[in-house]
Design a protein around this ligand. Sequence first.
Ligand code: NAD
Length: 485
Amino acid sequence: MTAVDAQVQGCYIDGKWVVPKQDRLIEVKNPADGSSLAYVPRGDKEEINLAVKAAKKAFHSREWKTLSPYQRGKLLFQVAELIRNNKEELAQLETVDVGKPLNQSAVDVEIAARYFEYYAGIADKIFGETIPVEPGIIDYTVREPIGIVGHIIPWNYPLQIAARSIAVSIATGNAAILKPAEDTPLTTLKLVELMEPLGLPKGIVNVVTGYGHEAGAALSGHPEINHITFTGSVETGKRVMASAAQNIVPVTLELGGKSPNIVFADCNQEQALEWVRKSIIQNAGQTCSAGSRLVIERSIKDQFVRELAAAMEKLSIGPGIDNHDLGPVLSKKQFDIIQSFMDLAKKDGIRIVTGGERKQIEGYEAGYYLQPTILDDVPATHTLAQEEIFGPVLTVTTFQTEEEAIEIANGTPYGLVAGVWTENVGLAHRVASQLQCGQVFINHYGAGGGMAQPFGGYKKSGFGREKGLEALRNYTQLKNVALKY
Ligand code: NAD
């Protein structure tokens, strides 16, 4: 069952839908059953050049320059309202496009609306400073828009990430070009379609669909963009950074993770168990901040893992539109990657406590459904505990001392998020202060909803921060003005 009919969608450039050539299309499929959802343009250099030209014209236009920060904020509040008015359609579209359960898509839609509200409220509060240099000089700073900003979006949370990209770009007075992932472009296109009646100056928001090595590479290597934000894999992040470097274009990189839940014996085990489970099954484990490693005190490991496995086995698996706990993974390609990790586990004699297999669902044979999986006693340095699997697969590694817990937690190339579970406040903060990652949750995982909390990584998880006030730094540049009197 699909919520949309197969249809050809255009790129959105300069306030118009640019209809693709018939031989330049990408088919978008429903991960639940492999059926066709839509065709979108296979944009390339040509469309990116048009989008940059339109964005440049719009950014320098009188219409945009004279729109006050308050008015920009007001527009963003209206987008939030439009999203809420269309929440069912957006959630269904996200579910058929990405595969995730409908209730998770509904949360994504609400978060998208809240990004617009958050940055709407900030648009007229982007302050500079006055600096007391010396008598006779008035010195102040102004945060100015950076210009043309490119956003390259991954396939796993397309609506949320498109929303925060557009919201922060408009709040800071920039013109934006979005390149959604080729697999999941539909809600980004829908969002700009919903925004059309608001009458934003043409070219302030553009969307070019296409493959990464074509449209994505053309955007990140374009000499006339002023900032690029990339969310995706480490390998692609390196390529984006290298091509932006040719033009001295700053980048924000939000890359992957191998995030631990560090569970001490004194914690509230019921709560820890619930969140360890939730943090690995959300979006079938295809979440950059997934809690994909359980790092647990040895004395409680056996019982905790037994109970976790029992809880995992009760989860329902099936098409996202029917609201199962786990939907399918995105594609055969994604499934094969996960499967290769399962093969490695078997080859290396790692104990699979539960899961590890594909699940066939009647009527949805072409979808790739995976049982939630627990791999026990995985040595901290093993590939399975080091590399991002991007599926519902949890590794378990034990520790005996606080130092060992920290060493294991920090012992991967990544550093995105960590959960710390203990009733001992001193221990919790001591551990938090030593974790090499961008976000730490104590006795929760994901508390606060995200919009207001700076998000980004240490080490190979990237640099720069999205979300919250911190993101404003990416999209503004600072000017110092000195007046002698
Ligand atoms: P990916 O790197 O393959 O693709 C991400 C985006 O980059 C897509 O839009 C793709 O078309 C584009 N792209 C691909 N090659 C490109 C190139 N040469 N130049 C420019 N753009 C190019 O990643 P993915 O498979 O879509 O997403 C999964 C990865 O993203 C995982 O590693 C995950 O952890 C990471 N991720 C990170 C975050 C975060 O906020 N840190 C959020 C979501 C996903």
